[in-house]
Design a protein around this ligand. Sequence first.
Ligand code: PMV
Length: 315
Amino acid sequence: MVSAVGEASGKILLIGEHAVVYGHPAIAMPVRGVTARAEVEFTREAGVVVEAPDLGERAGRGDGSSVRIGPFVRLAESALALFGEQAQGVRIRLHSTIPIGCGMGSGAAVAVALLRGICSAFNRRLSADQIAELSMESEREFHGTPSGVDSAVIARDEPVYFVKGKAPQPITVGPCAFRFVIADTGVESPTIRVVQEVSAARERNRAKYDAIFWEVGSMASVAREIIRGGGPPELGVCMNHSHALLRQLGVSSPELDRLIVAALEKGALGAKLSGAGRGGVMIALVGDDADEERLAQELRNAGARSVFTTVLSGN
Ligand code: PMV
């Protein structure tokens, strides 16, 4: 019998990836078409068991070897300890439609869904910021030194302007709506590896890398102002310039560049890789008169494995 269910959306980084690890701002948005779900059930036997039937995985206490779901066992144990409920046995079944390892926040979304499910099962309340903070425990196991942007946007379930270590700020959207198509290259790219490689490259040439990070971060600040009072063509310029900077960091790939060129040729106002890069997803801004379904089809024709859409608009 399922006692409680927790859910969380996926996410996409609009602008600011990599620079955000070094203290610069980034903008991220939820993607509501994909979700993680955690079903929490009380069991007679004490201890936490986590099952991910879609991955064919199951782990309990002491199964630290399960790379994909071991961190969620430990996260659930921490949540039970926080509530003083360690004596209660729980089984947590995880499901997710968020592609794994492609920059759409699957790990953070599963963590947030799991924590929401546990809160609901024990009738406890945690704020979005507390959930984000707690979910960093499994994020650190997966990603090493995550900036926290994934946890922040997913726990708040609203677009955020994020600076590491500071309270995330909501994004104000002015009169224009911004419509996006997201396309997955189908190439899995572990964030931890790309972030470590960028860090090693920065150690060899700090002046170059810090200047690029600075410029990527300033694109995020400019984008925030455009979203507040400007229009899609200006945001497109910011996105294109950000992609050029990310290429200088060495985190694009032929598959990403192919989808980005295809999007721009088919009328997107801007396009860039999103997330850690070297694979994973790209994001394209749809023009005022353009049709996102048509652009989505063009991206499938150009080799995208799957395509999603999201909109940034005011009330
Ligand atoms: O988890 P991803 O692939 O969306 O990457 C997160 C973005 C980075 O800035 C590269 C890493 C981070 O921790 O913010």
